[in-house]
Design a protein around this ligand. Sequence first.
Ligand SMILES: Cc1cc2nc3c(=O)[nH]c(=O)nc-3n(C[C@H](O)[C@H](O)[C@H](O)COP(=O)(O)O)c2cc1C
Length: 143
Amino acid sequence: MNKVNIVYYSFTGNTLRMVKAFEKGLQEANVPFKSYSVVELKDDNEAFNCEILALASPANQTEEIEKNYFQPFMKRNAEKFKDKKIYLFGTFGWGGGKFMSSWIKQVEELGAKIVELPMACKGSPNSETKEKLTNMAKKIATM
Ligand SMILES: Cc1cc2nc3c(=O)[nH]c(=O)nc-3n(C[C@H](O)[C@H](O)[C@H](O)COP(=O)(O)O)c2cc1C
């Protein structure tokens, strides 16, 4: 059983709906977890205090992760990603999920290990996507 923490950003709620589906899987797997909005996060070490850290962001200007909170989070914690097990997911509008490819690259260049195939969906996740995420969370929790 893995302790899985989640750090997320969501402005209009699409990414948060993905987070809720992911949390459902963790609850069903009966593993300890904590979710942190990156906007309210006070202690980065607390978020990193887990076996697997899930990160969730929408695409923001020019195919990046969210700019004002998530990009600074990545930057100030760069050294903490070395050998860290990470799972990535998020939502996008019009870019076809290009932001996710850059994020994967960034995380891998920092030395992290992406534990499962990331998930990105357009707009609000439908029930199929939510179910996939719930199952993914269960898999990650018990891997
Ligand atoms: C300021 C702003 C910038 C955005 N930039 C992009 C972008 O570069 N590529 C893209 O595919 N979607 C972009 N979007 C769309 C959001 O990624 C999409 O609506 C997402 O689902 C919002 O997630 P949230 O509801 O969790 O905030 C942008 C939206 C806003 C408001």
